[in-house]
Design a protein around this ligand. Structure first.
Ligand code: HEC
Ligand code: HEC
Length: 240
C-alpha cells in the first residue's frame, strides 16, 4: 500500500476507535451501579431494553415480565422489599397455561411446576431497584394520565371491578379469590404507580401489544374509579 494512503487509513481507524471507546465509556459512566447486576443476574429472564413481544409465540415464551419500563411501573419502596422477599404475583406463573390443569369445575394450578423467584440481600435489592427505576420507556403514555387522589366505596368498587367489567375473571382481589391468568391486584396499590395502572387499564396493548387483557375502552372517570379501588384494596397510597 502507498505510504500516504496507509497513514490516512490508520488515522481514520484511530478516529473510529476513539469514537467507539468514547461512546462506551460515556455510557458506562452514566449507567447506575446496579445496572451491571441486572445484566448479569436478571437479563436471562427479563427484557431490560424492549420492545415487548410482537408475536404470540414470543409472548408465551417469555420467561419473566418485561422490566424495560420498570421506572414507570413500580414503586421503589415495594421493589426493594419484594426483591428481598419475593412473594408470587402471578398465581399461575409467567405464562398461566404452562402451570394450570383444567378441572371439572375450575382450573387448578399445578404448584410443582412453579419455581420460587431468587431473593437478593438488602444491599443488592437497593442497587437493583435504583437501576430499575432508571428504565423509563413509554414516558409518553404516562404523561397522558392524571389520577387525582380520591376514594370509592368498597361496595361500588367491587361491583364495577367484579361484576360490570369482569376484571376478576383474570385477577385476584384477595389471596385465593379471583382469576389466575393475570397478576394479583390486591397489592397493586403498593406495587404499581397510579398513572401506570390508569394507562395500562386504558390500553394494555399500548404497553404489551400481544397481551390477552382486553381493552374495554373505558371513560376517564371509570379508569380513575378503578385505580382508586385498587389503591383501597391494598391500602396503597399514591406516590405521584
Ligand atoms: C429464572 C428467571 C428469572 C430470573 C433470573 C429473575 N427473574 Fe424476576 N421474575 C421472573 C418471573 C417468572 C417473575 C414473575 C413472578 C410472579 O409473577 O410471581 C418475575 C418477576 C419479577 C418482578 C416483578 C415484575 C412484575 O411485573 O410483576 C421483578 C421486579 C423482578 N422479577 C426482578 C428481578 C431482578 C431484579 C432479577 C435479578 C436480580 C430477576 N428478577 C431475576 C423470573 C426471573
Ligand atoms: C382476560 C384476562 C384479563 C381481564 C378480563 C383483565 N385483565 Fe388486567 N391483566 C391481564 C394480564 C394478562 C395482565 C398483564 C400480565 C403481566 O404483566 O404479566 C394484566 C394487567 C393488569 C394491570 C397491571 C398489573 C401488573 O401487575 O402489571 C392492571 C392494573 C389490570 N390488569 C387491571 C385490570 C382491570 C381494571 C380489568 C377490568 C377492567 C382487567 N385488568 C381485566 C389480564 C386480564
Amino acid at each position: 500500500m502507498d505510504q500516504r494512503i496507509c497513514r490516512i487509513f490508520s488515522f481514520v481507524s484511530a478516529i473510529a476507535l476513539a469514537a467507539t471507546v468514547g461512546i462506551s465509556s460515556e455510557a458506562l459512566a452514566s449507567s447506575p451501579p446496579g445496572m451491571a447486576l441486572l445484566k448479569q443476574r436478571c437479563a436471562s429472564c427479563h427484557d431490560l431494553t424492549g420492545p415487548a413481544p410482537t408475536t404470540l409465540h414470543a409472548l408465551w415464551a417469555r420467561k419473566g415480565p418485561d422490566l424495560f419500563y420498570a421506572g414507570n411501573k413500580f414503586q421503589r419502596k415495594w421493589l426493594i422489599e419484594w426483591l428481598q422477599h419475593p412473594i408470587r404475583i402471578r398465581p399461575a406463573g409467567e405464562f398461566y397455561a404452562d402451570h394450570i390443569t383444567p378441572g371439572s369445575k375450575r382450573d387448578r394450578i399445578d404448584p410443582s411446576t412453579l419455581k420460587d423467584h431468587m431473593a437478593l440481600d438488602a444491599a443488592d435489592a437497593q442497587l437493583a431497584a435504583d437501576a430499575l427505576m432508571t428504565l423509563h420507556s413509554h414516558d409518553d403514555l404516562i404523561a397522558k394520565e392524571s389520577v387525582p387522589n380520591g376514594t370509592i366505596s368498597p361496595t361500588m368498587g367491587a361491583l364495577v371491578f367484579d361484576k360490570f367489567l369482569g376484571c376478576m375473571a383474570c385477577h385476584r382481589v384477595k389471596p385465593d379469590f379471583g382469576g389466575l391468568s393475570g397478576p394479583e391486584l390486591y397489592t397493586a396499590g403498593k406495587r404499581l404507580r397510579a398513572r401506570f395502572m390508569a394507562s395500562y387499564i386504558r390500553s394494555p396493548q399500548a404497553w404489551d401489544p400481544k397481551i390477552w387483557m382486553p381493552n374495554k375502552h373505558l371513560s376517564n372517570a371509570r379508569i380513575v374509579q378503578l385505580v382508586h379501588y385498587l389503591q383501597a384494596l391494598s391500602e396503597g397510597e399514591s406516590n405521584e
